[in-house]
Design a protein around this ligand. Structure first.
Ligand code: BDR
Ligand code: CA
Length: 306
């Protein structure tokens, strides 16, 4: 099994990524580190805790991290995409209580799983960069890193040039692009094709064995409404963060190029990700997903969710 420590900001696509990770017998979710991003850090934390609770998996430690990026004072949240509390119309019961773990727990998780541990980051880069700053020797023990972020050769989803995760804290993104070894990124140009249709979600809802069957449809519908408005004609909504998890499980569902990616900080181009793609430029260390094999993506999901 793939032992995954997930850094995220649930958030609808993060939530679906969490559900999938819990349901897939080939994946062992060993912890969830939460941050600001789609919504506040505290809402993201409550959502992560609620999702593990629903599955009877409150043994998975929930580790709250950053409430804001390194440089910017102001943080923008996205309730129009993810809902006021981050899971569309879902409201966590008021009396829901959960345990949280200190940030330092990351160190113990790395010590426990050592070079079997895979870190996946589907949120702003602040927490992962902080882990590199706090625990440099531990981070060297991690097997590999997978990051959802950036947009190459396509418009961004926050500005014309920038994707949300790399826009949120570009200094932190550059930090992880520099320090993470065995790094694969699944950028927007690929994740935007990882579209789930309403029909597929209906099929999930009918699967009596899926503990999240009744939750997926309302959160998906909320998210899809936003995508319909912003992309008329789209037949479903891209579940960016879910694809990143699937790529850990089956790396062949996307094609790659190998370059060193960088992010622009603090100008009109803030958050823009780029590589030197000229024919004469030298190849780099990061695997950047460049093309999705959609049928393989759906096949993987069907095996676990339907
Ligand atoms: C990424 O930004 C977030 O809003 C989503 O959850 C995803 O991680 C897509 O750009
Ligand atoms: Ca996310």
């Amino acid at each position: 099994t793939k032992k995954i420590l997930l850094f995220c900001d649930p958030g609808i696509d993060d939530s679906i990524a969490i559900m999938y990770s819990i349901l897939d017998p080939d994946i062992e979710l060993v912890g969830i580190v939460t941050s600001y991003g789609n919504i506040t850090r505290d809402k993201a934390t409550a959502n992560a805790a609620y999702l593990v609770h629903l599955a009877g998996r409150s043994d998975i430690p929930i580790i709250p991290g950053a409430t804001k990026p390194v440089q910017d004072e102001d943080v923008t949240f996205y309730p129009e995409i993810h809902g006021e509390d981050g899971m569309g119309p879902i409201q966590i019961p008021r009396n829901f209580r959960y345990q949280i773990y200190p940030f330092d727990t990351i160190r113990f998780i790395i010590e426990k799983y050592k070079n079997e541990l895979i870190i996946v980051d589907t949120g702003r880069s602040t927490n992962l960069a902080t882990a590199f700053i706090l625990y440099p020797d531990h981070m060297k023990m991690v097997q590999s890193f997978y990051v959802m972020g950036g947009a190459f050769f396509v418009p961004g989803n926050i500005t014309a040039l920038a994707e949300a995760n790399f826009y949120g804290d570009p200094a932190a993104s550059n930090f992880i692009l520099q320090y993470a070894h065995n790094l694969t990124i699944t950028p927007l140009n690929v994740t935007q094709h990882a579209v789930l249709t309403q029909q597929f979600v209906n099929a999930i809802s009918q699967n009596k064995n899926n503990i999240y069957a009744s939750l997926v449809d309302p959160i998906y519908k909320y998210y899809y409404e936003f995508y319909k408005k912003s992309n008329p004609g789209i037949n479903g909504a891209p579940i960016h963060d879910l694809l990143t998890i699937l790529v850990v499980k089956n790396p062949t569902i996307v094609d790659y190029i190998n370059y060193d990616a960088k992010v622009i900080e603090g100008t009109d181009a803030k958050g823009m990700s780029y590589i030197d793609y000229r024919p004469t430029s030298k190849k780099g260390k990061t695997k950047i997903a460049i093309k999705l094999h959609y049928n393989d993506f759906i096949k993987e999901l069907s095996n676990v969710l339907l």
